[in-house]
Unconditional design. Structure first.
Length: 246
């Protein structure tokens, strides 16, 4: 770990996840800017960083997942990481719930970035301007964040702080409908995945909302693609937060 990393704190790791790191790089950049506005010093591992192992685990390769987890844990410890903040629900669920099953001494605090931001708002460390045009929005609960980890309030607190008129879809929170992209479905059964995504967009349209907002890169990618020719637009949470900061 270099001197610069130590000056930045050294023990809080921002872990973007594979989609943000390689595909949706603008989302990664958005969240880095937001964390700095929250006054949080963090490091990044860049080329040393490997996948959290979620796709491997979901595919049933348990031994390979354990190998990945232990390799990552070794790297985290070598860099003095005591806390990981990630914007990816799949990474969050994997670190939070799965690593301790294969690593006896896993002692790193795991936080989803919506938790980080909601706390910063509550503590007065992040001040957000209310939107000038408070349009009607609906929030899509990512499966890994909601159903697996029970995080429902933090994203909604952020949206209400921004002044949006938040309306719920008929399937939300614990009963939220999947975006169709998780669990390898998008890769292995694209037609079925697309049908599920279209159904979710249809449910969002029922609310008469102008925007679907979600805090998952996979959900965002799927819903954005399915809703391109509809009357509703899909937005990733970081973009509306960053706009309010500006």
């Amino acid at each position: 770990m270099g001197v610069f990393d130590k000056l930045l704190g050294g023990n809080v790791l921002f872990y973007p996840g594979c989609m943000e790191k390689f595909v949706l790089k603008n989302i990664q950049e958005n969240y880095e800017k937001i964390l700095r506005k929250c006054g949080i010093d963090f490091i990044k591992l860049k080329d040393l960083e490997a996948c959290c192992g979620s796709p491997v685990l979901n595919a049933g390769y348990l031994i390979d997942f354990e190998t990945i987890a232990k390799k990552n844990f070794k790297i985290f410890k070598e860099h003095g990481v005591k806390k990981i903040i990630t914007p990816c629900p799949a990474c969050f669920k994997t670190f939070k719930l799965e690593y301790s099953k294969v690593i006896n001494n896993f002692d790193i605090e795991i936080e989803h970035i919506t938790q980080t931001i909601a706390k910063a708002i509550k503590n007065g460390k992040l001040r957000l301007n209310k939107v000038s045009n408070p349009v009607k929005v609906t929030y899509h609960d990512p499966c890994h964040l909601g159903r697996y980890c029970g995080i429902y309030e933090e994203p909604r607190i952020i949206l209400k702080t921004l002044g949006y008129d938040l309306v719920e879809m008929r399937f939300s929170r614990e009963d939220a409908f999947c975006c169709g992209g998780g669990g390898g479905l998008r890769s292995n059964y694209p037609e079925l995945s697309n049908e599920i995504t279209k159904e979710r967009v249809k449910q969002a349209l029922e609310t008469k909302a102008d925007l679907i907002i979600t805090s998952c890169p996979m959900c965002y990618s799927c819903l954005d693609e399915a809703g391109k020719n509809s009357k509703i637009k899909t937005v990733e949470l970081s973009s509306v937060i960053l706009e309010a900061i500006r």
